[in-house]
Each structure stands twice: as structure tokens, then as C-alpha cells.
Design a protein around this ligand. Structure first.
Ligand SMILES: Nc1ncnc2c1ncn2[C@@H]1O[C@H](COP(=O)(O)OP(=O)(O)OP(=O)(O)O)[C@@H](O)[C@H]1O
Ligand SMILES: [Mg+2]
Length: 309
């Protein structure tokens, strides 16, 4: 079998809408059993990439393989081994959980036992309920159950937790980790950095149709050379260059009177900061320290926040 090690091989995929290039030459590989995240702001091209991989959109250039199957030439084979949960799924609102799963199961020559799937997705109490009466989290779990019905090798999840409350998000995280434990390969998109950090073995950061970084969450953050962020506010503006001179500072950011200093040596920088402030008689208010995150990685690489529209 071609590409024995990687379950997914993506090679220079391009998608254009008229003059606009939504995905501009994306290349990556996903190993068997890996949870792989596409992280990026709105409009980055995450859904478009995923839709090309599952055969819902045709790439203008490039190709991809799922296992040994070419998405351009062997789409039917591809569909047999993948399960897909899309960003906006319309379900048959009047069917019950059990009925829709039985219906989806009947599309395949072989399917997983429905009761087991329902149990797995924590929907046992809702099995006789109509879909329209389910909560957002329950609907997402049902969408995943539908994606799993034919026991696929690879599962694609497009923003599985967007719009869910914190508890429903955690439940979904547990489900993703459970599927990983069973050896499934999972590709998910998200714009939540905490989610990407918790779930993903590796993350591709996408921006404006391109991959701008690809690594484990830990390495992405470590490569910032700024393990810690120290934030505070001051009562009058101070030249940013002054803050950059504080010992150990690798980068200084300032929005009006709020300052963020990044450092690889928290203790050195804090000591030096307090000394500098007292020498110049500047009061540091609301002083806080935190560990750098993927959000900091994105800001560092693009100058923009992940959450900006
Ligand atoms: N059918 C289409 N016609 C024209 N442009 C499109 C079409 N579908 C998507 N786009 C554009 O392609 C770009 C990428 O969209 P895509 O849905 O892949 O982004 P995304 O990263 O999934 O964003 P989000 O986080 O909002 O889901 C966007 O600028 C979008 O407006
Ligand atoms: Mg999307």
C-alpha cells in the first residue's frame, strides 16, 4: 500500500472561487491514529480544505490520498473509509435518534450495532427523542454517531464544539479522545486554541488559505521563545522601547496603557521589571503572569488575533 505510514497525504491543494483563492497550495500528512487540528480564524480555508478531502469540493490543483486512495480518482473507495461531521448539518428533525441511525446504517453493507453507538455518544436517554428536541451538544454527538456508523478509519470533524457551552464541549473532547484511543485517525478544525491544545497531537495553523505553521502544540509555543507573558497596566503611557529593555524580554506589546511583555525567563524579567518601575516611579497595576498559548503563537506570526473577524 502506498504511504504506509501516513493515513492522509495532502499535496499542494488549491481551491479558487473565481479570482479568489480560498486554499492556496496546502501540503501536509496525517499519521495513522493521530488527532490532527486545522486551527485558524474565520475564512482561513479550514472548511474548504476539509471539504476537498472528503470529496465535497473539487480542487483546482494538487491532490490527496486517504490511505492509498486518490481523492480525485477513487472517491467511492475514499467514502467507504471516512466519516464526516460537517459545520452545518441538516438532520431530519422529525426522526428519533434511533431511527436516523438505523436509516444511515442501512446505507452500508455493514454497520456498527446502533445501540452501542448511541451508548458511546452518551445518547442512551435520548434514543427515542425526536432530533428537533435535542440540545446543541446532543445534536453534535448525534452527528458524530452518524459519521461513525460504518466504522470508518478516518473521521473529519468541522468545528465540533462551536456554539456549545463549556460542559458540552468537555463531553465532546472526551469523545474525541475515546475515538483516538481506539486507533481512529481524526482531523478536526477549530478556532479555539484551548481545544486544539488539549485534543491535537499536531496542529496546522491556517491563515488566508495557507499553512503558516505545523507542529505539536508544545513545540509551536516553545518556538515562540517566550514561555511566559507578563501583563500590567500603567497610569501614563511609557515608550514601548523602554519596556523592551527590561531584562529577558523577547517581545513587548502595548495597547494604550496595557503592556504585555514576553520572556523566556520569568523570574529575571519580573525582578528587572519591578526594579525599572520603582526607579522611574511608575506604578504597575493589575500585574499578572501566564504561560504563553497558541493564541500568542498566532498573534506573533500574523500580528492579528485568532478571534478577530
Ligand atoms: N462557495 C463559495 N464561493 C465563494 N467563496 C467561498 C465559497 N465558500 C467559501 N468561500 C470563501 O473561502 C474562504 C475560506 O472559507 P472557509 O469556509 O474554508 O473558511 P473557514 O476557515 O472554514 O472559516 P470559519 O472558521 O468561518 O468556518 C472564505 O473567505 C469564504 O468566504
Ligand atoms: Mg469553517
Amino acid at each position: 500500500m502506498k504511504q504506509a505510514e501516513s493515513m492522509i497525504t495532502v499535496d499542494s491543494l488549491v481551491k479558487r472561487y473565481g479570482n479568489f483563492t480560498a486554499v492556496n497550495g496546502v501540503t501536509f500528512q496525517v499519521q495513522k491514529g493521530e488527532v490532527f487540528g486545522l486551527l485558524g480564524p474565520n475564512g482561513a480555508g479550514k472548511t474548504t480544505t476539509l471539504e476537498m478531502l472528503v470529496g465535497l469540493r473539487k480542487p483546482e490543483e494538487g491532490t490527496a490520498f486517504i490511505g492509498s486512495f486518490n481523492i480525485r480518482k477513487e472517491l467511492q473507495k475514499v467514502k467507504e473509509v471516512i466519516g464526516v461531521q460537517l459545520q452545518s448539518t441538516t438532520l431530519f428533525e422529525l426522526l428519533t435518534v434511533e431511527e436516523i441511525l438505523q436509516m444511515y446504517g442501512s446505507f452500508y453493507p455493514k454497520h456498527l450495532p446502533i445501540a452501542e453507538l448511541i451508548d458511546d455518544m452518551i445518547l442512551t436517554e435520548k434514543r427515542k427523542s425526536r432530533i428537533k428536541s435535542l440540545s446543541g451538544g446532543q445534536k453534535q454527538r448525534l452527528a458524530i454517531a452518524l459519521a461513525l456508523v460504518h466504522d470508518p478509519w478516518v473521521i473529519f470533524l468541522d468545528e465540533p464544539t462551536t456554539g456549545l457551552d463549556p460542559q458540552a464541549r468537555r463531553t465532546l473532547w472526551d469523545i474525541v479522545l475515546k475515538l483516538k484511543k481506539r486507533g481512529k485517525t481524526i482531523v478536526l478544525t477549530t478556532h479555539y486554541m484551548d481545544e486544539a491544545h488539549v485534543l491535537c497531537d499536531r496542529i496546522a495553523i491556517m491563515d488566508r488559505g495557507e499553512l503558516i505553521a505545523l507542529d505539536t502544540p508544545e513545540t509551536l509555543v516553545r518556538n515562540l521563545h517566550a514561555a511566559s507573558a507578563i501583563s500590567f497596566s500603567v497610569s501614563s503611557e511609557v515608550d514601548l522601547n523602554e519596556w523592551a529593555k527590561v531584562e529577558g524580554v523577547t517581545k513587548a506589546d502595548c495597547k494604550e496603557k496595557e503592556v504585555v511583555l514576553y520572556s523566556d525567563d520569568l523570574q529575571l524579567t519580573l525582578t528587572s521589571l519591578i526594579q525599572t518601575a520603582s526607579e522611574r516611579q511608575i506604578a504597575l497595576e493589575d500585574l499578572q503572569t501566564r504561560t504563553a498559548t497558541l493564541e500568542d503563537v498566532f498573534i506573533h506570526m500574523t500580528g492579528r488575533s485568532l478571534r478577530e473577524e
